[in-house]
Write a protein of this length. Sequence first.
Length: 630
Amino acid sequence: MIDLSYLVENDSFIACPLLPTDDFIRYCKDRGLDIDISRENLEDLERMGILFPVARVTCPTLTVKIERTEDGNGYTELGVLQDGEQWTGETQEEFALFYFEKDYAKNFLEHGLLWQPSSRPFTPWRIRQDSEGREETISYYSIFQCYPLHEILKQIRQKMNFGLIVLPDTAKLSRCQKLLHFFAQKKWGRLSAFAKRHLAASFFQLEWRVDFCAANLSFLQQDRSRDEFRVLLCQVLANRYFPYTQSDQRTISVPGRGTHIPIDWDWHDYCRTWNAKKVLSEIGVTPEDCKNLYERLIRQARRIDPLEKWYELVEFVSYEEKKKLKGDALLAQSFYAMAQMVRLFYRDITGEKLLKPNEGGGSDLNRFYGFDVTEDPLRHLEYLANRYHLNPRPRLILVVEGKGEEEQLPRLARKLLGHPFPLVGIQVYNLNGVGNFAGRKRQDKYGALEKFIDDHHSRETIVFVVLDNEGQVQTVRKRLLEAQSNTYPSRKTTKDEYIHVWDKNIEFDNFGHDEIARAMTELSKGKYIFTEAEIACCEQDILEKKADPLKALFSKQTGSGLSKVQLLKVLVDQILAHPKKEFEAGKPKRPLTKLIRQVLELAALNHQPVTSEIWERNQQSGHLGDVIER
């Protein structure tokens, strides 16, 4: 059986400390119970035997020696005046401090200064404070009492809405109370905002401060013992399991050093010595009781949770962000936390796992995602993010040779085709030179991009490479197309269409001699007017494998270096100056524009997998690399 002495003996206040009345009220207000909760209301609930604090303490009075400051406006405390101690100076009376440290609380318990209010007859609350604001008598609530409190308030509202409470003579009621009684008689489910304000103001006064007969309260009192046990059970389980509920499914929030945490207490050590079956026998509960409580908590949480349809997604949200929820959404999180603790306890005592809140009713996460996916939080989160289109990972990585392509290809996609790369899921990766594709002979036997491509294709992100035809590019390209994937051996690393090599280079494959001549003339800033014949000679030099003839020509005629980045920009400017000329029957004419459209379509159609079965089918489809026939 669980009672206060059991909680104290087992130091069950570390992960979830009990809250003084005002703190408990704030906790409830954050969870949407603010309309009906005040000190007076909680006192009425206790008076009627409906909801009791978990603990109450009376702090003994201490006589403290003080010494006044020179100006007389302040003082310094010199310690407690001991029995028999001679002291001629000034003193003042203060209430002793109390905190839930095991030995300290046991001492109060043994002397009758700490007790469980439900074990004693009701006495009216008295708020006596000393000069420091300390209270003589303090009531403590468990955060888990938000559950029975919500149930109590719900039942009261239901009784009011259906007119099941016998009200006294309306002539004795105030104007607000008459209004409330009127709505109760009419059984109106929807009240105006004005009426709701009166309902909030007079609810307790009407319901609880009028002399009701015992029959009117029986429906509230009948579940009190059962609810109290449920709360205490969760309080017992909290030190072991509560950190798992304060989680984003990857990390948990473990109690750290604090005033209520013993110096030598370590959660990991506590877990190692925890014996679930021993606790089960001590508290007098059965596995079936735990299962029933879990299912009840889940039903209530799902009923009130406005985010219930997104439960699986909210599970992965940062714990700190989830704490910012308000009202029913935050209250539901409290219920889910209680349920999760009971679920983990049930697993430890039976070896069986109860269905999670978003399972059941034909929903099996492992059946949907694939076997054991939910046991791998990162993989689960990846598929979940894909389902909600929240995965920021690109659908396609466009690998280009230099800064000019890095800047101008996205620009053409945005301004000419109207599809910004980021919105389609395309990331541009700059190799900073074709040599970084071919790699170094000894260190990169199969080319520097092989592992890069293979890894991303296993993650179902297409790697599309665009390069000029120079150096060892063709040799390495051929090698890549022949390479077997290491991540999925039944397919090749990549596909022929994903490695695009220009016949000559991006300039000569996509722009006429006249366009290149005009662009270079513009970049010369009046120093020289380039001709189409000169550009044609440069193209011939490229065919003869001469190194960058455009740069050589520009340097010869102007005495300055040619920026290939600026050259490509000016060439693209010419395209954008006359966009309609770039299309014929709605289709792009220029190879570069065709390439960009191909990349956009590949990205748009590369739907990310939401289950392991879909991932497997995609890997086998030849979409990411040609299938190897066995």
